[in-house]
Design a protein around this ligand. Structure first.
Ligand code: SF4
Ligand code: FES
Length: 262
């Protein structure tokens, strides 16, 4: 029996303790956004000795477990599927459960953790994403894709050079794109990258004329400034910016068809 197998079969608590004991720990200072109710927002500082191979969400959980049980944050799956753990880490939108500390900072540094922008803050790192969910319904986003509906492309395989697997282009409604979008920051009525991407990905297949009319508006595809920040932060390979540009082409096509009475 090799040592890896022995480690894998140990109870989680013992395995975790052993891995912490054998890792070279980093000292990191975490500045975490705190805000309850109507109180003014502030940053609270926590210093942790932590394995840099752990993830930002692990650090937040550790602060909650050992320092302050009133810290509020959302998480569920811990593997980039549920979309619950979005945060701004050192000013960049990330899924905290897949953001490894050693990839975003260095030993002795400060890690600043904030809630997503462009949504109302409910408590600490938790924001109200109701507006996103409502807009996803408006454009006809599918709640669940069956395997047969999933766009199985060669993307699901490792590259020929042995690169990493990439995700299917399923939106996990994490809100990172809305937080990163400069237009959403100034115009709360803008439909936003994820809903527009959903309109292009699913809405058109279901109800093309209605969806094209919906997005052909001041707060729809024409409001986008093509900053491509949404695509840069999207953890799911949805490529919202590309889909918005594609929707524009389809909107123009529909206008031409309407002109000829089709
Ligand atoms: S488009 Fe990407 S970043 Fe935006 S909500 Fe969906 S998965 Fe998240
Ligand atoms: S905890 Fe589910 S995506 Fe991060």
């Amino acid at each position: 029996m090799n040592s890896y197998f022995v480690l894998k079969t140990m109870p989680y608590g013992i395995r975790n303790t052993l891995s912490v004991m054998t890792a070279t720990l980093w000292t990191l200072k975490f500045l975490i956004h705190r805000q309850k109710g109507d109180s003014a927002p502030n940053f609270q500082e926590f210093t942790l000795e932590i394995d840099p191979n752990e993830y930002v969400l692990d650090a937040v959980e550790r602060v909650w477990a050992f320092d302050d049980r009133s810290l509020t944050f959302r998480h569920a799956c811990h593997h980039s599927v549920c979309g619950a753990c979005g945060m701004r880490v050192n000013g960049v939108e990330k899924l905290s459960c897949i953001t490894r500390l050693r990839d975003i900072t260095t030993n002795g540094s400060v890690v600043k953790i904030e809630p997503l922008r462009n949504f109302p803050v409910i408590s600490d790192l938790v924001v109200d994403m109701g507006s996103l969910y409502a807009r996803m319904e408006t454009v006809g986003a599918k709640q669940i894709l069956t395997l047969a509906q999933a766009p199985l492309t060669e993307d699901v395989y490792p590259s020929k050079n042995g690169g990493e697997f990439s995700r299917l282009s399923d939106c996990i409604e994490c809100g990172l794109c809305i937080s990163a979008c400069p237009v959403a920051a100034t115009d709360p009525d803008y439909l936003g990258p994820a809903p527009l991407a959903a309109a292009q990905q699913n809405g058109l297949a279901e109800n093309p004329k209605t969806v094209l009319q919906l997005v052909d508006s001041e707060e729809g595809v024409w409001r986008c400034h093509s900053a491509y920040e949404c695509t840069a932060v999207c953890p799911s390979n949805v490529q919202p910016a590309w889909r918005i540009m594609d929707l524009r082409k389809k909107v123009v096509g529909q206008r031409i068809k309407s002109f000829f009475g089709k």
